[in-house]
Design a protein around this ligand. Structure first.
Ligand SMILES: Cc1cc2nc3c(=O)[nH]c(=O)nc-3n(C[C@H](O)[C@H](O)[C@H](O)COP(=O)(O)OP(=O)(O)OC[C@H]3O[C@@H](n4cnc5c(N)ncnc54)[C@H](O)[C@@H]3O)c2cc1C
Length: 262
């Protein structure tokens, strides 16, 4: 069950000029959160911005009762959040999301992420690497956007970093490196989170190769609890004349790739 609490900010670091890593103390959420779930954060007591902002859980530390999230400053909400200081209370609702990543008993998994979509994949890789071989492929626009490389290296047997412009590590899209490896070794499951074009390509690849695939959608959302209907996605099996929708915040954010129409 999600809880709404004031969680104390106990660690704050600036990873890039616009990217912040926050660790908050919250036993209630740390105890129950699963990889792929997210928080809805109310960044201010003022009326504006009224809506909470969804941010994925990057790391769960049950021993220390902490949860870490990383966010990029995009607009007013994340700007206000970035100005919080250690010791401040942060109004957090979570853990949210019914569909967390399901690790089943897979022994050889591939994880692919892009941009801000890499953040929910860290906890997944951390848990998965205890029992499975984890190959991780992370794509960024350019060198300036590469984050968390060392952290992902610690939780992956193989880590491939790519930049679209070749300014750092491997040149091109992360999916091309995933495809190269899949040609040699089929994965038991692919997990993905990132920009829509990447997710569409991963979905197509997984369906073509008959590989189970779970994707996390970072759809724009309002309430985070299924009340505002802001984050509806069409299910792929729904008939054209009677489309059926599910809410990313409630049914997701993680879905079986064959279940949703992107
Ligand atoms: C389930 C979920 C998990 C997320 N996890 C993370 C995370 O771990 N780290 C992180 O940095 N961001 C994450 N996001 C995106 C984050 O919620 C938005 O960037 C944030 O809400 C923007 O708020 P703002 O007030 O700063 O910007 P706004 O003023 O609301 O918007 C500024 C700009 O960002 C765009 N924007 C707003 N929401 C989104 C979105 N969901 N996706 C893409 N662009 C958006 C707007 O179109 C606008 O151009 C996640 C989103 C969802 C739905």
């Amino acid at each position: 069950m999600p809880v709404n609490i004031k969680a104390k900010l106990i660690e704050k670091s600036k990873l890039k000029s616009d990217t912040f890593k926050f660790t908050v103390s919250t036993k209630e959420i740390a105890d129950t959160a699963r990889p792929g779930q997210f928080l809805e954060i109310r960044v201010s007591d003022n009326i504006d911005p009224f809506l909470r902002r969804p941010i994925s859980i990057y790391d769960i530390n049950k021993e220390n009762s902490t949860v870490t999230f990383i966010f990029q400053v995009k607009g007013k909400g994340t700007e206000i959040l970035s100005n919080k200081n250690i010791g401040d209370d942060i109004d957090v609702l979570g853990p949210l999301g019914f569909g967390a990543f399901n690790l089943a008993d897979y022994k050889n998994i591939s994880i692919i992420g892009g941009g801000i979509g890499v953040f929910p994949l860290h906890e997944l890789a951390k848990v998965a690497c205890k029992n499975a071989k984890v190959n991780t492929y992370l794509g960024f626009r350019s060198k300036d956007f590469v984050v968390c490389e060392e952290e992902f290296a610690k939780v992956s047997q193989k880590l491939v970093i790519t930049t679209d412009d070749g300014s750092y590590a491997n040149n091109g899209f992360a999916i091309n490196y995933l495809i190269e490896d899949l040609d040699k070794n089929k994965a038991d499951c692919i997990y993905a989170c990132g920009p829509l074009p990447m997710l569409k390509a991963v979905q197509k690849l997984a369906i073509e190769r008959n590989i189970p695939c779970q994707i996390s959608l970072e759809e724009k959302m309002g309430c985070g609890i299924g009340a505002c209907l802001g984050c509806a996605v069409k299910t792929s099996a729904s008939p054209a004349d009677a489309p059926q929708y599910v809410h990313v915040c409630k049914a997701g954010p993680v879905f079986d790739a064959s279940y949703v129409e992107l």
